[in-house]
Design a protein around this ligand. Structure first.
Ligand code: XLS
Ligand code: MG
Length: 347
Protein backbone atom coordinates (compact mmCIF):
# COMPACT_ATOMS: atom_id res chain seq x y z
CA UNK A 1 0.00 0.00 0.00
CA UNK A 2 1.21 3.54 -0.75
CA UNK A 3 1.68 6.23 1.89
CA UNK A 4 -1.61 7.99 2.43
CA UNK A 5 -2.22 10.49 -0.37
CA UNK A 6 -3.06 14.05 0.55
CA UNK A 7 -5.52 14.98 -2.14
CA UNK A 8 -5.72 18.42 -3.70
CA UNK A 9 -8.78 19.65 -5.50
CA UNK A 10 -9.63 21.79 -8.51
CA UNK A 11 -12.65 23.15 -10.34
CA UNK A 12 -13.34 25.61 -13.14
CA UNK A 13 -14.93 29.04 -12.75
CA UNK A 14 -17.86 27.80 -14.88
CA UNK A 15 -18.86 25.63 -11.93
CA UNK A 16 -20.01 28.64 -9.91
CA UNK A 17 -23.46 30.17 -10.25
CA UNK A 18 -24.08 28.91 -13.75
CA UNK A 19 -26.55 26.35 -14.99
CA UNK A 20 -29.72 28.02 -13.79
CA UNK A 21 -32.93 26.51 -15.12
CA UNK A 22 -32.71 26.93 -18.92
CA UNK A 23 -36.47 26.47 -19.37
CA UNK A 24 -37.74 29.37 -17.30
CA UNK A 25 -36.80 32.59 -15.56
CA UNK A 26 -33.38 32.98 -13.93
CA UNK A 27 -33.32 31.24 -10.58
CA UNK A 28 -30.16 32.98 -9.41
CA UNK A 29 -28.04 35.90 -10.47
CA UNK A 30 -24.77 35.26 -12.29
CA UNK A 31 -21.74 35.81 -10.08
CA UNK A 32 -18.96 38.00 -11.56
CA UNK A 33 -16.21 35.89 -13.12
CA UNK A 34 -13.32 37.92 -11.63
CA UNK A 35 -14.65 37.50 -8.11
CA UNK A 36 -14.80 33.71 -8.27
CA UNK A 37 -11.09 33.14 -7.60
CA UNK A 38 -11.28 34.45 -4.03
CA UNK A 39 -13.77 31.65 -3.26
CA UNK A 40 -11.41 28.77 -4.03
CA UNK A 41 -9.20 28.52 -0.94
CA UNK A 42 -11.99 28.97 1.61
CA UNK A 43 -13.83 26.11 -0.11
CA UNK A 44 -10.76 23.85 0.16
CA UNK A 45 -9.62 24.06 -3.48
CA UNK A 46 -6.21 25.10 -4.77
CA UNK A 47 -6.36 24.20 -8.48
CA UNK A 48 -8.09 26.21 -11.19
CA UNK A 49 -9.27 24.61 -14.41
CA UNK A 50 -9.45 27.16 -17.19
CA UNK A 51 -10.85 27.56 -20.64
CA UNK A 52 -8.68 29.92 -22.69
CA UNK A 53 -11.34 32.62 -22.45
CA UNK A 54 -11.73 32.13 -18.70
CA UNK A 55 -8.16 33.47 -18.58
CA UNK A 56 -8.61 36.08 -21.31
CA UNK A 57 -12.31 36.90 -21.85
CA UNK A 58 -13.11 37.90 -25.45
CA UNK A 59 -9.70 36.75 -26.70
CA UNK A 60 -10.79 36.49 -30.35
CA UNK A 61 -11.01 40.27 -30.52
CA UNK A 62 -7.71 41.00 -28.77
CA UNK A 63 -4.17 41.50 -30.07
CA UNK A 64 -1.36 39.12 -29.01
CA UNK A 65 0.00 41.90 -26.78
CA UNK A 66 -3.35 42.36 -25.03
CA UNK A 67 -3.71 38.59 -24.58
CA UNK A 68 -0.31 38.27 -23.02
CA UNK A 69 -0.86 41.27 -20.73
CA UNK A 70 -4.16 39.86 -19.45
CA UNK A 71 -2.57 36.43 -18.95
CA UNK A 72 0.23 37.98 -16.86
CA UNK A 73 -2.38 39.71 -14.69
CA UNK A 74 -4.20 36.41 -14.14
CA UNK A 75 -0.91 34.67 -13.31
CA UNK A 76 -0.16 37.31 -10.66
CA UNK A 77 -3.71 37.06 -9.29
CA UNK A 78 -3.40 33.25 -8.98
CA UNK A 79 -0.13 33.52 -7.17
CA UNK A 80 -1.55 36.14 -4.77
CA UNK A 81 -4.50 33.87 -4.02
CA UNK A 82 -2.26 30.78 -3.57
CA UNK A 83 -3.83 29.03 -6.57
CA UNK A 84 -2.35 26.74 -9.25
CA UNK A 85 -3.63 26.59 -12.82
CA UNK A 86 -4.34 22.93 -13.55
CA UNK A 87 -5.02 23.13 -17.28
CA UNK A 88 -6.18 25.41 -20.07
CA UNK A 89 -8.73 24.12 -22.61
CA UNK A 90 -9.51 25.83 -25.92
CA UNK A 91 -13.22 26.67 -25.97
CA UNK A 92 -13.96 25.34 -29.41
CA UNK A 93 -17.73 25.18 -29.31
CA UNK A 94 -19.01 28.71 -28.82
CA UNK A 95 -17.78 30.61 -31.87
CA UNK A 96 -19.72 30.78 -35.10
CA UNK A 97 -16.76 29.04 -36.82
CA UNK A 98 -17.04 25.96 -34.59
CA UNK A 99 -20.74 25.24 -34.94
CA UNK A 100 -20.09 22.22 -37.17
CA UNK A 101 -16.93 21.07 -35.43
CA UNK A 102 -13.51 22.63 -35.04
CA UNK A 103 -10.64 20.39 -36.21
CA UNK A 104 -13.12 18.15 -38.05
CA UNK A 105 -15.23 20.87 -39.66
CA UNK A 106 -15.74 20.39 -43.39
CA UNK A 107 -14.85 24.04 -43.88
CA UNK A 108 -11.13 24.89 -44.27
CA UNK A 109 -11.54 28.45 -42.97
CA UNK A 110 -13.25 27.16 -39.86
CA UNK A 111 -10.51 24.57 -39.32
CA UNK A 112 -7.96 27.36 -39.64
CA UNK A 113 -9.83 29.30 -36.94
CA UNK A 114 -9.71 26.24 -34.67
CA UNK A 115 -5.98 25.89 -35.13
CA UNK A 116 -5.37 29.59 -34.57
CA UNK A 117 -7.42 29.45 -31.38
CA UNK A 118 -5.52 26.33 -30.25
CA UNK A 119 -2.18 28.11 -30.68
CA UNK A 120 -3.49 31.03 -28.63
CA UNK A 121 -4.64 28.59 -25.95
CA UNK A 122 -1.21 26.94 -25.79
CA UNK A 123 0.49 30.35 -25.58
CA UNK A 124 -1.85 31.35 -22.75
CA UNK A 125 -1.10 28.12 -20.88
CA UNK A 126 2.64 28.67 -21.25
CA UNK A 127 2.41 32.28 -20.06
CA UNK A 128 0.31 31.08 -17.12
CA UNK A 129 2.98 28.50 -16.16
CA UNK A 130 0.70 25.56 -16.90
CA UNK A 131 1.68 22.61 -19.06
CA UNK A 132 -1.61 20.76 -19.54
CA UNK A 133 -3.99 21.47 -22.40
CA UNK A 134 -7.36 19.74 -22.15
CA UNK A 135 -9.11 18.85 -25.37
CA UNK A 136 -12.78 18.34 -24.77
CA UNK A 137 -13.67 17.59 -28.39
CA UNK A 138 -17.16 18.93 -27.98
CA UNK A 139 -18.37 19.32 -31.55
CA UNK A 140 -16.02 16.84 -33.20
CA UNK A 141 -18.76 14.51 -34.27
CA UNK A 142 -22.00 14.59 -36.21
CA UNK A 143 -25.77 14.81 -35.86
CA UNK A 144 -26.16 12.57 -38.90
CA UNK A 145 -23.37 10.20 -40.04
CA UNK A 146 -23.47 11.34 -43.67
CA UNK A 147 -22.50 14.87 -42.65
CA UNK A 148 -18.75 14.11 -42.47
CA UNK A 149 -16.15 11.62 -43.57
CA UNK A 150 -15.48 9.93 -40.22
CA UNK A 151 -12.15 8.39 -41.22
CA UNK A 152 -10.88 11.75 -42.42
CA UNK A 153 -12.13 13.27 -39.18
CA UNK A 154 -10.02 10.83 -37.13
CA UNK A 155 -7.00 11.65 -39.30
CA UNK A 156 -7.61 15.36 -38.73
CA UNK A 157 -7.77 14.85 -34.98
CA UNK A 158 -4.48 12.97 -35.03
CA UNK A 159 -2.87 15.66 -37.23
CA UNK A 160 -4.01 18.30 -34.75
CA UNK A 161 -2.57 16.42 -31.79
CA UNK A 162 0.76 16.08 -33.63
CA UNK A 163 0.74 19.74 -34.62
CA UNK A 164 0.16 20.74 -31.01
CA UNK A 165 3.01 18.52 -29.83
CA UNK A 166 5.28 20.17 -32.41
CA UNK A 167 4.08 23.68 -31.65
CA UNK A 168 5.15 23.46 -28.02
CA UNK A 169 7.54 20.78 -26.80
CA UNK A 170 6.62 21.19 -23.13
CA UNK A 171 2.87 20.77 -23.15
CA UNK A 172 0.88 17.69 -22.33
CA UNK A 173 -2.44 17.10 -24.05
CA UNK A 174 -5.21 15.56 -21.96
CA UNK A 175 -8.07 14.36 -24.13
CA UNK A 176 -11.47 14.39 -22.38
CA UNK A 177 -13.82 11.91 -24.04
CA UNK A 178 -17.58 12.31 -24.14
CA UNK A 179 -19.93 10.25 -26.31
CA UNK A 180 -22.62 12.82 -27.17
CA UNK A 181 -23.95 16.31 -26.48
CA UNK A 182 -23.71 18.69 -28.13
CA UNK A 183 -23.37 16.28 -31.05
CA UNK A 184 -25.44 13.14 -31.53
CA UNK A 185 -22.29 11.01 -31.76
CA UNK A 186 -18.80 12.25 -30.91
CA UNK A 187 -15.65 10.87 -32.53
CA UNK A 188 -13.81 10.34 -29.23
CA UNK A 189 -16.47 8.83 -26.97
CA UNK A 190 -14.37 6.79 -24.51
CA UNK A 191 -10.94 6.75 -22.89
CA UNK A 192 -9.99 3.85 -25.18
CA UNK A 193 -10.41 6.14 -28.19
CA UNK A 194 -8.40 8.88 -26.47
CA UNK A 195 -5.56 6.53 -25.59
CA UNK A 196 -5.48 5.08 -29.09
CA UNK A 197 -4.95 8.65 -30.33
CA UNK A 198 -2.19 9.09 -27.75
CA UNK A 199 -0.32 5.99 -28.93
CA UNK A 200 -0.77 6.94 -32.58
CA UNK A 201 0.70 10.40 -31.94
CA UNK A 202 4.34 11.35 -32.39
CA UNK A 203 4.98 11.63 -28.64
CA UNK A 204 2.71 9.29 -26.71
CA UNK A 205 4.35 10.25 -23.42
CA UNK A 206 2.77 13.71 -23.68
CA UNK A 207 -0.77 12.65 -24.57
CA UNK A 208 -3.07 11.44 -21.80
CA UNK A 209 -6.72 11.42 -20.88
CA UNK A 210 -9.06 13.25 -18.54
CA UNK A 211 -12.02 11.17 -17.41
CA UNK A 212 -15.28 12.78 -16.40
CA UNK A 213 -17.59 10.44 -14.48
CA UNK A 214 -20.76 11.65 -16.21
CA UNK A 215 -19.22 11.29 -19.67
CA UNK A 216 -18.33 7.65 -18.99
CA UNK A 217 -21.85 7.01 -17.68
CA UNK A 218 -23.33 8.61 -20.79
CA UNK A 219 -21.32 6.08 -22.81
CA UNK A 220 -22.91 3.30 -20.75
CA UNK A 221 -19.57 2.54 -19.06
CA UNK A 222 -18.42 2.39 -15.48
CA UNK A 223 -16.20 5.42 -14.73
CA UNK A 224 -13.99 3.41 -12.35
CA UNK A 225 -13.12 0.91 -15.07
CA UNK A 226 -12.44 3.76 -17.50
CA UNK A 227 -10.08 5.24 -14.90
CA UNK A 228 -8.43 1.87 -14.32
CA UNK A 229 -7.82 1.52 -18.07
CA UNK A 230 -6.08 4.91 -18.20
CA UNK A 231 -4.12 4.18 -15.02
CA UNK A 232 -2.94 0.86 -16.44
CA UNK A 233 -1.36 2.85 -19.29
CA UNK A 234 -0.12 5.58 -16.93
CA UNK A 235 -2.31 7.98 -18.87
CA UNK A 236 -4.69 9.48 -16.36
CA UNK A 237 -3.88 13.20 -16.55
CA UNK A 238 -6.87 14.23 -14.46
CA UNK A 239 -10.43 13.42 -13.50
CA UNK A 240 -13.67 15.35 -13.48
CA UNK A 241 -15.68 13.75 -10.75
CA UNK A 242 -19.42 14.29 -10.83
CA UNK A 243 -22.51 12.14 -11.32
CA UNK A 244 -25.22 11.37 -13.82
CA UNK A 245 -28.64 9.83 -13.35
CA UNK A 246 -28.98 7.61 -16.40
CA UNK A 247 -28.80 8.34 -20.10
CA UNK A 248 -30.15 11.85 -20.47
CA UNK A 249 -28.75 15.37 -20.78
CA UNK A 250 -25.30 15.93 -19.24
CA UNK A 251 -26.22 16.58 -15.63
CA UNK A 252 -22.91 17.30 -13.86
CA UNK A 253 -24.55 16.27 -10.60
CA UNK A 254 -22.80 16.30 -7.25
CA UNK A 255 -20.23 13.55 -6.91
CA UNK A 256 -22.03 10.55 -5.45
CA UNK A 257 -25.40 12.31 -5.78
CA UNK A 258 -26.90 9.69 -8.08
CA UNK A 259 -24.97 6.54 -7.22
CA UNK A 260 -22.87 6.32 -4.11
CA UNK A 261 -21.46 2.90 -4.92
CA UNK A 262 -20.28 3.99 -8.37
CA UNK A 263 -18.64 6.97 -6.67
CA UNK A 264 -17.03 4.69 -4.06
CA UNK A 265 -15.50 2.57 -6.80
CA UNK A 266 -14.00 5.61 -8.52
CA UNK A 267 -12.37 6.69 -5.28
CA UNK A 268 -11.26 3.10 -4.71
CA UNK A 269 -9.52 2.83 -8.06
CA UNK A 270 -7.83 6.22 -7.65
CA UNK A 271 -6.75 5.62 -4.07
CA UNK A 272 -5.50 2.09 -4.61
CA UNK A 273 -3.41 3.10 -7.60
CA UNK A 274 -1.69 6.07 -6.00
CA UNK A 275 -3.46 8.67 -8.15
CA UNK A 276 -2.62 12.10 -6.74
CA UNK A 277 0.81 11.17 -5.44
CA UNK A 278 2.51 12.94 -8.34
CA UNK A 279 0.46 16.08 -7.80
CA UNK A 280 -2.52 15.11 -9.96
CA UNK A 281 -5.66 16.97 -8.94
CA UNK A 282 -9.05 15.65 -7.98
CA UNK A 283 -10.97 17.81 -10.41
CA UNK A 284 -14.66 18.35 -9.92
CA UNK A 285 -16.93 19.35 -12.78
CA UNK A 286 -20.18 19.75 -10.88
CA UNK A 287 -22.98 22.23 -11.49
CA UNK A 288 -25.40 23.48 -8.86
CA UNK A 289 -28.84 21.92 -8.97
CA UNK A 290 -30.70 23.88 -11.65
CA UNK A 291 -33.34 25.32 -9.35
CA UNK A 292 -31.02 26.01 -6.39
CA UNK A 293 -31.34 29.56 -5.06
CA UNK A 294 -28.56 31.85 -3.90
CA UNK A 295 -25.57 33.77 -5.19
CA UNK A 296 -22.84 32.70 -5.30
CA UNK A 297 -23.86 29.06 -5.10
CA UNK A 298 -20.86 26.97 -4.04
CA UNK A 299 -22.25 24.24 -1.77
CA UNK A 300 -22.19 21.68 -4.60
CA UNK A 301 -18.39 22.09 -4.77
CA UNK A 302 -17.87 21.96 -1.01
CA UNK A 303 -20.21 18.99 -0.65
CA UNK A 304 -18.72 16.99 -3.54
CA UNK A 305 -15.23 17.48 -2.11
CA UNK A 306 -16.46 16.43 1.33
CA UNK A 307 -18.17 13.35 -0.12
CA UNK A 308 -14.94 12.40 -1.91
CA UNK A 309 -13.01 12.60 1.38
CA UNK A 310 -15.64 10.52 3.20
CA UNK A 311 -15.30 7.90 0.49
CA UNK A 312 -11.50 7.94 0.85
CA UNK A 313 -12.06 6.97 4.48
CA UNK A 314 -14.45 4.24 3.39
CA UNK A 315 -11.88 2.88 0.94
CA UNK A 316 -9.10 3.00 3.54
CA UNK A 317 -11.18 1.21 6.14
CA UNK A 318 -12.21 -1.72 3.93
CA UNK A 319 -11.13 -5.05 5.44
CA UNK A 320 -8.84 -6.08 2.59
CA UNK A 321 -8.19 -9.55 4.00
CA UNK A 322 -11.88 -10.25 4.11
CA UNK A 323 -12.30 -8.99 0.55
CA UNK A 324 -9.47 -11.26 -0.58
CA UNK A 325 -11.07 -14.23 1.13
CA UNK A 326 -14.38 -13.54 -0.58
CA UNK A 327 -12.63 -13.14 -3.94
CA UNK A 328 -10.69 -16.39 -3.51
CA UNK A 329 -13.81 -18.28 -2.49
CA UNK A 330 -15.65 -16.63 -5.39
CA UNK A 331 -18.28 -15.67 -2.85
CA UNK A 332 -19.47 -12.55 -4.60
CA UNK A 333 -22.80 -12.44 -2.75
CA UNK A 334 -20.91 -12.12 0.54
CA UNK A 335 -18.53 -9.60 -0.98
CA UNK A 336 -21.39 -7.43 -2.21
CA UNK A 337 -23.20 -7.53 1.11
CA UNK A 338 -19.98 -6.65 2.92
CA UNK A 339 -19.38 -3.63 0.66
CA UNK A 340 -22.97 -2.39 0.99
CA UNK A 341 -22.87 -2.76 4.78
CA UNK A 342 -19.54 -1.00 4.86
CA UNK A 343 -20.97 1.90 2.85
CA UNK A 344 -23.98 2.06 5.15
CA UNK A 345 -21.79 1.87 8.24
CA UNK A 346 -23.58 -1.27 9.51
CA UNK A 347 -21.55 -4.06 11.11
C1 XLS B 1 -17.88 19.70 -20.67
C2 XLS B 1 -16.50 19.54 -20.31
C3 XLS B 1 -15.74 20.80 -20.02
C4 XLS B 1 -14.30 20.42 -20.00
C5 XLS B 1 -13.31 21.46 -20.26
O1 XLS B 1 -18.69 18.75 -20.55
O2 XLS B 1 -16.47 18.72 -19.19
O3 XLS B 1 -16.19 21.35 -18.84
O4 XLS B 1 -14.01 19.76 -18.83
O5 XLS B 1 -13.46 21.93 -21.54
MG1 MG C 1 -15.34 18.06 -17.78
Amino acid sequence: MNNATTYRFSFGPWNISEGGDPFGPDVRAAFPHEQKFALYRPLGFEGVQFHDDDVVPGLDKLTPGQISQKTCEVRAMLSNQGLTPEFVAPRLWFAEQTVDGAYTSNNATDRAYAWDRTQKCIDIAEALGCKAIVLWLSREGTYIREAKDAKLAYQRLLETVNRMLDYNKQIEIWIEPKPNEPTDHAYVPTIGHAIALAYASKDASRVKGLIESAHALLAGLDPSDEMAFALAHDKLGSVHLNDQNGLKYDQDKNFGGANLRVAFNQVRVLEQNGYGQRGEFIGLDVKAIRTQRGCPVTDHLKNSRELFLHLVEKVRSVDHNLVRQFQEARNYEALELYILRHLLGVK
